[in-house]
Design a protein around this ligand. Structure first.
Ligand code: ZN
Ligand code: ZN
Length: 191
């Protein structure tokens, strides 16, 4: 459980700075700022602000923001969609999109949950990206899983489609953390 504790700790810190979700700076003036922002990027984030959307689908559940001493009952690794920009001012790559962003969803006693979304690295320069999560795919995946754990009827989720190439484990923080359904050799979408 020590591992869990430290992981959640780092998430709490990550939540305090969501400035990186802003759109990519375009002119030269902001380049300096761009570099500063890149230093604050994290390997993973959580999005308590998206609980409002999840809550519309699963009113029974509440967000578990302070999970330090809690042990979870269930956890599940799946993936969501989103896009990234590279914030390394010296890198020419603007950004990329992904249909396989790793997310780890956890269910705690008292009908509480949280979810950790894992960042990806730029394939040109290996910097951590600035991640923009697709809210509807986040909401759909999290709500689906929670309903399933609650034993409520669920509709079969739609696949987000196949990625263009093979999953690049070295660029996926979810793979590094051992929470990527793409990185696992066994796929367990319909478990
Ligand atoms: Zn880059
Ligand atoms: Zn992965």
């Amino acid at each position: 459980m020590e591992f869990l504790t430290s992981e959640i700790d780092s998430l709490t810190i990550a939540n305090s700075d969501n400035a990186w979700t802003e759109s990519k700076p375009r002119n030269r003036k902001t380049k300096h700022m761009k570099e500063q922002i890149s230093e604050s990027h994290q390997a993973s984030y959580s999005y308590p602000e998206y609980h409002a959307y999840v809550s519309d689908e699963v009113p029974l559940m509440s967000w578990h923001g302070n999970a330090k001493r809690s042990s979870f009952i269930h956890e599940y690794d799946t993936n969501i969609m989103g896009s990234f920009t590279c914030t390394n001012a010296r890198c020419k790559k603007n950004g990329w999109s992904s249909k396989k962003i790793a997310i780890n969803i956890r269910y705690y006693y008292g009908n509480r949950y949280n979810a950790i979304v894992y960042n990806q690295r730029c394939k040109d320069c290996n910097s951590l990206g600035s991640m923009s999560v697709d809210i509807s795919s986040y909401t759909e995946r999290v709500a689906y899983r929670l309903n399933k754990w609650l034993g409520l009827p669920v509709e079969t989720p739609q696949h987000s489609g196949e990625s263009k190439g093979p999953h690049q484990k070295s660029l996926c923080e979810g793979c590094k953390a051992g929470h990527c359904s793409e990185g696992n050799t066994t796929k367990f979408w319909h478990k």
